[in-house]
Design a protein around this ligand. Sequence first.
Ligand code: KIV
Ligand code: ZN
Length: 385
Amino acid sequence: MRQIEFFDTTLRDGEQSPGVALNVEEKLQIARQLEKLGVDIIEAGFPITSPGDFQAVSLIAEKVRDTKIAGLARAEVQDIERAWEALKKAESPRIHTFIATSPIHMQYKLRKTKEQVLEHTKMAVELAKSKVSDVEFSAEDASRSEVDFLAQVFSLAIKSGATVLNIPDTVGYAVPDEFAEFVKAIMTKTEGIEKVKVSVHCHNDLGLAVANSLAAVKAGIQQIECAVNGLGERAGNAALEELAMALYTRKDQYMAQSRIVTREITKTSRLVSRLSGMSVQHNKSIVGKNAFAHEAGIHQDGVLKERSTYEIISPEMIGLDMNTIVLGKHSGRHALRKSLDDLGIDIGEERFQKLFEDFKVLAEKKKVVTSSDLFSLADVHELEE
Ligand code: KIV
Ligand code: ZN
């Protein structure tokens, strides 16, 4: 089994989600939980961007000791100096520096030639390396860059001391098969690639961030960048919990594993959602409210007989106590009986038949029948008898 390192960027790219602003204490709380979750690297922030970000990276670097801590820096002297200032108390610091390599970004955003981008790459990686032994270099908008130029930039980054090379799909433009081929081509063309780890950082603009990251795992990368609940710029980053559970559930496919402590997933997701104010959509994979809820009668019946009929992951694995049976108009007798038993409502067969009929009438009117509805249905029967 190959080991895939999880680089969590909830506190950096995740915090760039529109509407999200975490204070220093909240960031520290999340970083401590990420450590329990078993991520390999925490990207704690982008120190040059604000005094708050600088303070958060410094505090996390000082207090979170068992996980590598990264700080982001453009390929500029002042950014790298600031990142190092923030990171210097860390047990295992990483400077993460980046510059764009796609024609569109070089022309319109950077207004730099290929030669200038190469010069900045060399300068930035060498400067970062003079501060820390662990330097990650990212080629922003890599997936829309020319393969040969990207390989040239990456080869230079390795010569200058980079330890990790990151291939971002910055605008979420990639599709899985093509992205896997792209990653393979870069790995073949980059000189010295065997000396470094290769990483991907996928955005979710087409809803493909997790699929693209997994395709890159098959192509041979060693690190995935992701965020809890899929937070991040625009449509977000690859969702950490989905990647971790996909690798775990389909290890036969990927022959790769992570160090994620899966039973910490639910707790982490809820903490991030509460502090960021970004609620998780109900049908979100793994951590959505409905991810383990079974509504249709046939499904409920199947799950009650044998959970693996409709569950590929057990809720306990991600730290959820039990699966939730949602009672609605499609629910059958088995599900109703089980819910009554769970609530301690003990009625005989005859009363049960009548209660089931009343339940169906109520379920037609209401989308979800709750525990208190069941109590009142049972009370009504008591009174009628
Ligand atoms: O999406 C991106 O390209 C980034 C880089 C800074 C890694 O977030
Ligand atoms: Zn990003």
